[in-house]
Structure formats: C-alpha cells, structure tokens
Design a protein around this ligand. Structure first.
Ligand code: NDP
Length: 496
C-alpha cells in the first residue's frame, strides 16, 4: 500500500473504508503522515456492534471449551511475537515513543494474551459449601459485546489488557482506539483474525471519542465498557453506565507521589525518580510527578537529580539510545507549556528545563525537555493536576506525618513510590499511602499477574491479575436439588 492510499478498518469481520472523515495518523517526531484512513461513522458503530452481537450469538466462541478459546489466544501471542519488530516500528511512528519502549509494549501485549490464555484454561468454577439438600455451584458466563476504549499513550499494550481477558471470557469486542493512534489496534484485529478468531468478534472504530466512544457506550447491546483515559471522560462514561446498570472499569489519571526518605540509597532513588517521571516523556498515568524529599537531603538530592536529568537523551525515537521522544501532539505540548507557565505564575521556579528545544528534529516534532519545578506548595494547581508530560514538581518535607498528609492530599490515588533502606519504615508508610499501587525501592514496574487500578479520581475496578478475566464475565449460582422428598413447605408427599 502507498502512503496516500486510505487504510481499511475492521467492522464486523469486514475490512472496508470507514464512512467518516479522512484523516492521517502523524509521526509526532516530524509531524508527517504515517498513514491515511477514514474515521468510522455512527453507522459504522451500529454495524460493528450488531456484527459483534451476531458473532457472539452465532459463532460458537462463547460455547467453546476454555482450552479451545485459550488455543486461539496463545496463537495471537505467537503472531504478535512473530511480527514484533514491524509492530514496534509502526507504534513508534503512530505515537512517537522511543523504539525501545515500543518494543517493550509489543512484548507486553504478547505476554498479556499468553497470560489470559493460561488464566482461561485454568479458571476454576467452584462447588460451594451446601447448606441444604442441594449441590450449589458458582459459575461464570460471558457478557456479550464489550467496548474497549483506549488512550494514545500505550497502544497495543492497553488494547491487549482489555481484548485478551474479554475474548478469554467468551465475549465479542469493539475497540475504540484514540483518534490519533489508530494503527496498532487495526493490526491487532488483523492478528486476531489470522489466529483463527471467528470473524465479527473484533471490530476497530478509529475516530473521535466524543462521537464514537459515546455512541458505543450508550449502545444497548454493549454490555460492558473497559475504559482507559482521562478522569473527565471516565466520569462521563460512568454516568452513562449508571443509567444502563452496566459494569465498567475505569483506568484514569494520576498525580503520583514519589518519596525519598532520609535513609534512601541515593543512587537507586535518583535512577528511580528519573525513570518514574521522564520515561515515556511523562505521558504515563503512573508518572511519579510529585516528588517529596526529606528536607535534610533536599539540596544534595536535587543537585544530583537535575544533573542526571539534564543528561537524558531527548531526540529521535528511532535511535535506540533515545530515552525521551516527542510529546504526542502540538496541542498537548502547548498544554504542558501552559502548566509550566502556571507553576511559575504560582510562585515556583525552574530548576531544570522549561524551554522548548530547538534545531534539527526539535524544530519539526513536539519535543519538550525534562523539566523540574520547585518552590511550590502541594495545594497549588500544578501539584494537584495531571500534566501528563515531563514535568516534575519537587517539594521538601519535614516529618512523616506532614508527608503522609500531603502525599494523600490529591483527588488522584493511582500510584506512589518510596525510597528507603529501612524496610519496616517503608512498609508502614506504604500501608498509609492511598494508592492502587505502591512501589518500594523501585518504580513503574509491572507484572500482568498483579492487579492494577486506582482509587478515587484515578478509577474504578481493576485490570490484569489472574482473576482479571472475571471482570468480563457474569457470575451465576447454580443449585441442584438432591432431595429424596418434595420440598416440605407445600405439604406434598412423594407418590401422592
Ligand atoms: P481521553 O479521556 O481524552 O481519551 C481516552 C479515550 O476515550 C480515547 O479513545 C478518546 O477518543 C475516548 N473518548 C473521548 N471522549 C469520549 C466520550 N465522550 N465517550 C467515550 N470515549 C471518549 O484521554 P487521553 O486520550 O487524553 O489520554 C490521556 C489520559 O489517559 C490521561 O489522563 C491519563 O492519565 C489517562 N491514562 C490512564 C491510564 C491508567 O491505566 N490509569 C493509562 C494511560 C492513560 P479520542 O481519541 O477521539 O479523544
């Protein structure tokens, strides 16, 4: 296919042009188009959902034995691995992340399918302790059509986290990828079909979330939504779900504290704090964007941290040495710049960065350097709102009491990090922090076998984990009567 040709999209088992507007997915490092496609239209949403429902009812997928569904999921994992480099390069172009990161995301997607294949074929349904003359069981049933709505920052990995457990649970899936990063979801749909998934069980609807995502969420045949994205959108989806009495999981934003106690191993803390905020150019929900440092250590630690941050290699995402690529779009970079200006207006000052880079690729793409703001209070807007860029706010603290109060003083509660040599102290602090995930002497490490999600404005529900598959199934209790006699209440006797 040439660049100018319009990519087909996957609707109910058919690859055809979307009926919405033509647009391009652009490479954030240069602003140039990577591929052209037509967005889906509202009619396409209807066709995708009807097709998914039809496939759910008629393809036999839901009735296949767990090990048979698992076999298809294992094959999907295998095909992702076979095409890993091609997918990683495409993802680099679609969203501008450095190639090493996109390779890791592709590997994670393959691992996710493998994990949920295993979870599927080993999922146990239970015989529960009986309290009468019956055998009681707890079993799980597929839900039907699942909508997977994903953001632009980690395509393929985000999609895999929803699609793999949903398919494992016997459902059909309609993916609504972020408008500006549609390419990997389309590739994933192709791989699912190549692996033998019955046609129609997966569709991909690129285009505007406010139109397509909204219609998908409201559709009566959509029985569950799994959403990752911003808190405002998440709340909107939660309202629609409440009206439908539909289960949703919402993986939302964060403003995660990372804490350096006065007994921390400073080499580890510097490396971990840098990775926590500046990898992925800070475009991560779990970015450790609020740094609390024990006052006694503050100056020496910040001197080391900013010297190391200044050495980070920002640049060409295709270069394997690059640590930070561009931001996703010009509009997003402007939003990051507005936050830095706000921090300065709130009385903060820059320890590092805060100015656009220039020359070569920096003049074309949406690059922004590692930036550190200090001199602010935790209550100020830049310390409370998610910037979603490479901007760290640093605050000294005097006592653990004050630290806990401030670290927990946020609408968000997604993640937190602690750096300390004293494991008992770290344990006690870790239990007091309000967050879905707490890392101790590490940061931003993940395992598909460990549940993930947030408290408060950071979300509802959990993804991942062995039982993640149950998020996409309805629980049902079955009772088998074992009485020798009719139930006593009616007064009917056997043989009467
Ligand atoms: P958005 O909430 O704007 O978008 C996420 C997805 O929702 C996109 O596909 C978007 O489509 C779609 N969408 C937008 N409006 C609606 C609507 N009314 N109904 C249904 N779907 C809609 O978030 P961003 O794309 O800006 O992503 C960044 C956010 O995601 C950050 O806040 C970040 O914290 C969060 N995030 C959370 C993660 C977590 O696991 N907790 C992981 C990664 C990111 P469109 O592209 O057209 O806007």
């Amino acid at each position: 296919m040439t660049l100018e040709q319009t990519l087909p999209i996957c609707i109910a088992g058919t690859w055809r042009l979307g009926a919405g507007e033509r647009y391009a997915s652009c490479y954030p490092a240069t602003g140039e188009p990577v591929a052209w496609l037509n967005a889906a239209s509202l009619d396409d949403v209807e066709a995708a959902v009807q097709g998914a429902h039809h496939a759910f009812v008629h393809s036999g997928w839901a009735q296949r034995k767990p090990h048979e569904r698992a076999a298809v999921l294992y094959r999907i994992a295998e095909l992702i691995r076979q095409r890993a480099e091609e997918l990683a390069q495409l993802q680099r172009q679609d969203n501008g992340k450095p190639i090493n990161e996109t390779r890791a995301l592709v590997a994670s997607a393959a691992g996710t399918f493998q994990f949920f294949a295993a979870a599927c074929e080993t999922l146990e349904e239970t015989i529960t302790p009986s309290r009468g003359d019956f055998l009681s069981m707890s079993v799980y049933e597929p839900m039907g059509v699942v909508a997977a709505i994903t953001p632009w920052n980690s395509p393929i990995a985000s999609e895999a986290q929803k699609v793999a457990p949903a398919l494992a649970g016997g459902n059909a899936v309609v993916i609504k990828p972020a408008e500006i990063t549609p390419l990997l979801a389309l590739q994933l749909a192709q791989i699912c079909e190549d692996a033998g998934l019955p046609k129609g069980l997966i569709s991909v609807l690129p285009g505007k979330g406010s139109l397509l995502g909204d219609a998908l969420t409201r559709h009566p045949l959509v029985k569950r939504v799994s959403f990752t994205g911003g808190t405002r959108t998440g709340k909107h989806i939660a309202h629609i779900a409440a009206d439908k009495m539909m289960p949703v999981s919402l993986e939302l934003g964060g403003k995660s504290p990372t804490i350096v106690l006065d007994d921390a191993d400073l080499d580890h803390a510097v490396a971990g704090v840098l990775y926590g905020i500046f990898s992925s150019s800070g475009e991560a929900c779990i970015a450790g964007s609020r740094l609390f440092v024990a006052r006694a250590l503050y100056e020496p630690f910040m001197t080391r941290l900013s010297a190391a941050a200044a050495q980070l290699r920002v640049g060409d995402p295709a270069d394997e040495r690059t640590q930070m690529g561009p931001l996703i779009s010009a509009a997003h970079r402007e939003s990051v710049e507005r936050y830095v200006a706000l921090g300065l207006a709130e009385g903060g000052h820059l320890r590092l960065g805060g100015e656009r880079l220039s020359g070569g690729m920096f003049d074309q793409g949406y690059f922004y350097p590692p930036t550190i703001l200090e001199g602010l209070g935790n209550h100020q807007q830049v310390c409370q709102e998610e910037i979603f860029g490479p901007v760290l706010v640093a605050l000294p603290f005097d006592s653990e009491e004050q630290l806990i109060e401030q670290a927990n003083d946020s609408l968000y509660a997604l993640a937190a990090g602690i750096w300390s040599r004293d494991y008992k102290r770290a344990w006690a602090l870790g239990r007091k922090l309000q967050a879905g995930t707490v890392w101790i002497n590490t940061y931003k490490q993940f395992s598909i076998s460990t549940p993930f999600g947030g408290w408060r404005d950071s979300g509802l529900g959990r993804e991942k984990g062995r039982l993640g598959i149950l998020q996409y199934m309805e629980q049902k209790s079955l009772y088998w009567g074992m009485n020798q006699q009719p139930l006593a209440w009616a007064g009917v006797e056997a043989g009467q």
